[in-house]
Design a protein around this ligand. Structure first.
Ligand code: ARG
Length: 284
């Protein structure tokens, strides 16, 4: 069976097992969790949930890594995109001013855990291992891991990529990194063949200059990078499906409840579907 299919199957079975409190992953070393990880608090309005605290009073400090279109990217010196707009709408519901900090992706979880940021909002996949460090809000979007290759590449499918001696570029600390860094038996290419970059786009630049053979990254950024560079294409193969959510400090359950209530209201009133549809037409 195709390896990413195996990963996807592993994710699905993990969801099942997770529900039965008997979680074990036999495929990728990192397991993603699909579906809401918590029940939405349906009772209260977001603004009226039990008092929550934030790192700085009156502010909602969001950590992201802003080179991940269409979720977060720069328009001039402003960070825009799906995550920026959803977080702004949530902040407004909560009566807070949104402050966006653009940091290294692999420092976001530690920063949320350490009380530096209120939320990590970065097209971030809910995974079991991240759930050991932070809470996640209810999920607000779906991602799929994609493989970018040069046009005319001899890599025609994921099995060729895994079993050949190809070098794969990833953004450091992402699920693409975690999948690819695991052994071939576990659906990756192994540490030795993985090249880590601070930004997804740096990996794409290395791909266009022939330094690496493929890039594994989430599908929407993959499409944006392929559109912005000539000579690249996305492998047409089954992918791993992931859920995106906001990371929140484990101790701040009041903030999580308030954010979940806000997300529910913003979904129900069509705000979030409209934001997603604005950046990804036809999928919102
Ligand atoms: N979904 C992937 C993950 O959580 C990649 C996210 C990368 N996000 C970013 N803003 N650079 O690992």
């Amino acid at each position: 069976m195709n390896t990413l299919k195996r990963i996807a199957a592993g994710i699905l079975s993990t969801v099942f097992l997770f529900g039965m409190a008997a979680c074990s992953s036999t495929t990728a070393s990192e397991t993603t969790i699909s579906g809401d990880t918590t029940a939405l608090s349906s009772a209260s309005d977001a603004g009226n949930t039990a008092a929550f605290t934030t790192v700085e009073e009156g502010k909602l400090i969001m950590a992201t890594n802003a080179f991940f279109p269409p979720y977060e990217f720069y328009e001039g010196d402003k960070v825009v995109g799906i995550d920026a707009e959803i977080a702004a709408a949530v902040a407004e519901k909560l009566g807070l001013e949104l402050v966006i900090e653009d940091v290294e992706f692999d420092s976001i979880i530690a920063g949320v855990q350490g009380g530096k940021y209120d939320i990590g909002c970065a097209g971030m996949t809910v995974t079991e291992s991240r759930l050991k460090s932070v809470n996640f809000s209810s999920t607000y979007a779906t991602g799929i891991q994609s493989i970018i290759i040069p046009e005319g590449s001899e890599i025609k499918d994921i099995d060729t990529l895994l079993n050949g001696n190809y070098r794969v570029g990833v953004q450091s600390g992402t699920t693409g990194d975690i999948y690819m860094s695991s052994s071939v038996e576990d659906g990756g290419v192994g540490e030795d063949r993985v090249e880590r970059f601070a930004k997804g786009n740096d990996a794409v630049i290395a791909l266009t200059s022939g330094k690496i053979d493929a890039v594994v990254i989430d599908n929407e950024p993959a499409k944006a990078f392929v559109a912005a560079n000539t000579g690249l294409t996305i492998l047409d193969t089954p992918y791993a499906v992931e859920d995106y959510a906001m990371a929140i400090n484990k101790e701040n359950t009041a903030l999580k409840d308030a954010i979940d209530a806000a997300l529910k209201e913003l979904t129900d009133d069509g705000t979030i579907p409209a934001i997603i549809n604005k950046y990804i037409p036809a999928e919102g």
